[in-house]
Design a protein around this ligand. Structure first.
Ligand code: ADP
Length: 495
């Protein structure tokens, strides 16, 4: 149960300046530079963080490499590594409210969602991989009888993780959990506009007993420290969640440097397909609204395209509109807020530009479309629904990453599949129907990494999340995520 009094007490505390974590020590940028951390709640400066340089990133990578080479972590017995990671999860849980409030002050996610999606999810993820790490076996190949073919699963070495600003702790843990469980060293590069909670979470790993240098974290601009990470000649694997444009750059950096493995979880334009035979249209409308508007739409799997069967179009859009208008937008640190702040001024400006373009292309705004609560000094946008969006329209093709739902109607199942698949993305989707055969056909035919049936969102850590097409490659979550952080090594032994 969230207590408003405790949250208010935490938000009243000043936030100290943040610095890098390199080789177990907090250090300033090599040139002393800092960047202001602005809270989207009120537009005020919250604190500063180190504005990292390429040299800082190189130092962090060198520390991670040294930690890997002397096997201070990978060389520990699995039971010892498990104990450290379990302790880390416990510490994250013990500090959950403090971490969540710090994160919300930094990135604007409503606290009701942040408390579950951030520290709770991060702790569960770390624990999941801690529990798994001594259950991952190598293999013996069924080969000729005078040979023993062994397949070892080795850590890859040094992993770089570039994290976005929407759910820094949750997504950070998706990378850190399996990477550290398998014995790798890691360098984190949090997002400029959401680094604080993740930096604090990294400190807790050291407190739990992770040896210095195994986990390093460097704050700063993507174009500077992120680029230095991408271009490093000494990084083995680069994992990323964020925009397609940055993902493309990371692949270029890899090609221009040491051809490091690059795994990308990019955006989506996920179709949420509602048939007239949905089991409960009122429920579908509420979940549809939550599926695009929670965290102000800043969710990679957000159901940003509503495809609705023509026969129920008007009725269903009216129901989603009612649900959207009933959602409370505002101060993300109030426990009853359902939609918090947009992460930054830049993001809000971009959201509004998308709405303008949608209108210019024939879209009709049914609700929202504007900035609200301007007096607060923060970044808030009304949940926005745009109908008459053609499958080719910008709003149907480009990811907004904001509280904007585009609606398109369809007549047949084939129509729905064709429209659903008519983007470069393939991250998530949903289908609402009582027809079992239709549900399975949609799961099969809509090209995505995850399909929700008669619900939207909320998949837990036991199932993988990854995109197809330009939504990326490789998966986070589940045991499958471990594959990104290991090398398979064959030993061919003559007997
Ligand atoms: P968005 O456009 O939604 O802010 P980005 O993909 O730009 O998403 O940001 C996600 C992460 O990528 C952030 O940590 C950001 O600092 C980082 N980043 C941005 N540009 C680059 C770049 N050129 N090289 C490496 N990382 C980058």
């Amino acid at each position: 149960m969230l207590e408003q009094g405790k949250i208010d007490a935490l938000r009243a505390q000043p936030v100290p300046a943040f610095s890098h974590l390199i080789d177990g020590r907090h250090v300033a940028a090599s040139n002393g530079a800092t960047m202001d951390i602005i809270s989207p709640i009120d537009g005020k400066v919250l604190t500063t963080a180190a504005r990292g340089t390429a040299a800082d990133m190189e130092a962090a990578i060198a520390a991670a490499r040294a930690a890997f080479e002397d096997r201070r972590w990978a060389g520990q017995p699995p039971s010892a590594r498990k104990k450290v990671l379990m302790k880390w999860a416990d510490l994250i849980e013990a500090n959950a409210l403090e971490l969540a409030v710090l994160g919300v002050r930094d990135n604007g996610t409503e606290i009701g969602m942040a408390i579950k999606a951030e520290p709770a999810s991060a702790a569960a993820t770390i624990r999941y991989y801690a529990e798994a790490l001594d259950k991952i076996y190598g293999e013996i190949a069924p080969t000729q009888s005078d040979v023993l073919g062994l397949i070892h699963k080795e850590p890859v070495g040094v992993v770089g993780a570039i994290i976005p600003w929407n759910f820094p702790m949750m997504i950070g843990a998706w990378k850190l959990g399996p990477a550290l469980a398998m014995g790798n060293s890691v360098i984190l590069k949090p997002a400029e506009t959401a680094s604080l909670s993740l930096m604090r979470m990294a400190d807790l790993a050291l407190e739990a007993g992770l040896p210095p240098g195994v986990l390093n974290a460097v704050t700063g601009e993507g174009a500077v420290v992120g680029e230095a990470m991408g271009l490093s000649m000494d990084l083995d694997v680069l994992v990323f969640t964020g925009s397609g444009g940055t993902g493309r750059r990371l692949m270029e950096y890899s090609a221009r440097s040491n051809m490091k493995r690059v795994y990308l979880e990019l955006g989506g334009k996920s179709p949420n397909i509602v048939f007239a035979d949905a089991p409960n249209l009122a429920e579908a409308a509420k979940v549809t609204a939550a599926g695009i508007f929670r965290n102000a739409g800043q969710v990679c799997v957000a159901g940003s395209r509503l495809l609705v069967e023509a026969s129920i179009h008007d009725e269903f859009v009216a129901a989603v509109t009612r649900a959207a208008e009933a959602m409370r937008v505002g101060d993300p640190l109030k426990t009853d807020t359902q939609i918090g702040a947009v992460n930054s001024e830049a993001q809000l400006t971009q959201n509004l530009k998308f709405v303008e373009t949608a209108q210019a292309e024939g879209g009709q705004i049914v609700t929202g479309g504007t900035r609200i609560l301007q007096d607060s000094g923060g970044c808030y946008m009304a949940p926005t629904i745009v109908t008459d969006v053609t499958p080719e329209a910008t709003l149907a093709q480009k990811e907004v990453f904001g509280p904007v739902l585009g609606v398109t109607s369809f007549r047949t199942d084939d129509d729905a599949v064709r429209i659903a698949n008519a983007t470069v993305y393939g991250l998530a989707g949903g289908v609402w129907t009582s027809n079992l055969g239709r549900a399975h056909r949609m799961v099969r035919d809509v090209r995505t990494g995850v399909m929700h049936v008669n619900t939207y969102g909320g998949a837990d850590g036991t199932v993988p999340l990854g995109g197809v097409g330009q939504s990326g490659n490789g998966v986070d979550k589940s045991l499958h995520a471990i594959e990104k952080y290991i090398n398979l090594k064959t030993a061919w032994i003559r007997l």
